[in-house]
Design a protein around this ligand. Sequence first.
Ligand SMILES: [Fe+2]
Length: 184
Amino acid sequence: MLALGTLVRALTAAPPDPVRVPALLAEGVDPATLATPSWFRTGGYTRNLIHRDARLAIVCLCWDAGASSPVHGHDGQRCWMAVAEGTLAVQSFAIVSGGRAPGPAVVRPRGRRERLRAGAIDARDPENDLHRVSSPFGRAISLHVYAAPIERCLVFDLARGVCRETRLVYDTVPADSHDERRPE
Ligand SMILES: [Fe+2]
């Protein structure tokens, strides 16, 4: 199991690729070096920027019990998620109609909801990027590597049959970062 600093140095040493990134994440990251208790928000989840450069963004998500992301895409970028602590659920979705740009969008679940325990890795690519992550089993911490950094993504409202574009911001950023935090 790696300390976060060691993992970040390894991830940023070369361009991210579909072999190297999951291999590094598979070594595991020590949750004690990854997140602080103050990053948890009752009933929801927070996105906490760890590192960002032109090639990739590394973000820690802290999930309270029962939190859920919207169904969302990754703007055609690759993304890897490693569960560092706890257990997360991931449901993939497929587009039935629309859904490539803001507006009408019908999606349906693709496959079964997966249960990812600590150490598990989920990989997303442009062909398989619609999904929803949730924490129905209790608090959890996950580490996400985006290649390249994502500025915006589509989020889907299943009940209304529409999707909209949302700008991604962070709940916390490193002290030396110029990136934007989520408005309070
Ligand atoms: Fe995602």
